[in-house]
Design a protein around this ligand. Structure first.
Ligand SMILES: [Zn+2]
Length: 408
């Protein structure tokens, strides 16, 4: 066997195996190899196994010093492009001011939409780069990035162009999503907005290949289930994927739309009922949970434990955004999922790799296996479980993407 590179000195290698997503108890099954090595050829995994069993040839080798290695992590849910900040909102909220009052004072999401509108594309690119770099240093080798602070079709296209400009500039794979986020304040303008999204925005996004999927925020204060279904049908008609922000605060039918339409992922689910948890458990849809929001807003976390026990496939994302989740670390999101959502360390690793890949409809990411891109992390310690144990420091020592060390 001829490799380009042998990565050796791996004290422990831990990875899910085979295609995803993994559901229920399958989420606890990992391949763990002690004293392992990985052979890389043409930027892909060629071989993995106990180091003593490697008999091939590699002109180059790297010793990772008896540390643990896991697959590159995948952040399936971010809003990493924005301008302005929500520091005044945060200060008001922690001193007990209600979100409605903050909104009435001109804060909240509309302040982010205004600040994003007044920044140039260059400024937005420059603001987003260090956020994506922080996610990569935390172990993310694939990052989904949504629009959604544009509001008008032109402004959403502008956000997606910014995301497109970030793609070659960052080492991680960027997966762009069009988010239909906030409805017009005036009730009478909603139908026209949905119709413009379906007839103008979505076809244009598909034509210019600016997004892989369309996401809709379904909530009492946002879009209804009926409006979401209309928008997501238009997305499907134009060959785009679909996903939903749903059951975050209220149950208004978004989850049922997502399951009926076989969405690869439905995200949030903090307000799920027991019956809905069982429905997700019987479906093929990945439940993407976002513990950063629960921590930052001090709200009840999504029922990660109950979802897995019902047979569901669970993924975890940062939901990086200025208002509800200023969480710049995917490894920290997994550490929170263990503590807030009741996932085991094994389940968290699968949720942050193979299942997050499935939430993005990716079949070539999230596991260390021959043929897969050579995306992997060298952790700081010898035991892979330090990934979810560590709080406050970075458990990730080196990030490798397509066979190259991009961050250390
Ligand atoms: Zn979100």
């Amino acid at each position: 066997m001829n490799a380009d590179l042998l990565v050796r000195g791996i004290r422990q290698l831990a990875t899910p195996q085979g295609p995803g997503p993994k559901r229920g108890a399958e989420m606890r099954r990992l391949l763990v190899i002690e004293h392992a090595a990985i052979a890389v050829a043409r930027r892909r995994i060629l071989w993995l196994g106990p180091e003593a069993e490697w008999t091939g040839h590699a002109p180059q080798s790297v010793d990772v010093g008896h540390r643990a290695v896991i697959p590159g992590l995948i952040d399936p849910h971010t809003h990493a492009v924005w301008a302005g900040d929500r520091l005044a909102d945060f200060e008001a909220r922690i001193s007990g001011v209600a979100y409605e009052t903050i909104l009435a004072r001109g804060g909240g999401i509309w302040s982010t939409i205004r600040a994003t509108a007044s920044a140039s594309e260059e400024e937005l690119v420059a603001l987003a780069k260090p956020r994506l770099d922080a996610l990569v240093r935390s172990g993310a080798t694939v990052i989904e990035v949504k629009s959604g602070y544009g509001f008008t079709p032109e402004a959403e296209l502008r956000m997606l162009r910014v995301i497109q400009r970030l793609t070659p500039a960052r080492p991680a794979r960027i997966i762009p999503t069009l988010l239909i986020h906030v409805p017009p304040k005036n009730e009478s303008e909603r139908a026209a907005y949905v119709s413009d999204a379906c007839r103008i925005l979505i076809p244009e996004v598909a034509r210019q290949r600016l997004a892989q999927a369309v996401d809709v925020f379904v909530e009492k204060e946002a879009w209804s289930a009926v409006e979401a279904e209309q928008i997501l049908n238009a997305a499907r008609q134009h060959g785009l994927g679909i996903k939903l922000h749903t059951e975050q605060f209220h149950r208004v039918g978004g989850l049922e739309v997502g399951l009926r339409m076989n969405a690869p992922s439905i995200d949030h689910l903090e307000a799920c009922s027991a019956e809905q948890i069982a429905q997700v458990g019987r479906s093929a849809t990945v439940a993407t949970i976002l513990p950063g929001v629960s921590l930052h807003l001090g709200l009840p976390p999504a029922p990660g434990r109950a979802l897995i026990d019902s047979g569901a496939a669970v993924a975890v994302g940062t939901d990086l955004n200025p208002g509800s989740s200023p969480l710049f670390s995917i490894s920290a999101a997994l550490a929170l999922a263990v503590r807030l959502n009741g996932l085991t360390a094994q389940e968290a690793l699968v949720a942050g790799t193979l299942n997050a890949a499935a939430a993005l409809s990716l079949s070539d990411a999230g596991r260390i296996e021959p043929g897969m891109p050579a995306d992997f992390l060298v952790l700081d310690g010898p035991d892979w479980r330090s990934l979810v144990y560590t709080l406050g420091a970075n458990p990730v020592r080196e990030v490798w993407i397509a066979g190259e060390r991009v961050a250390a």
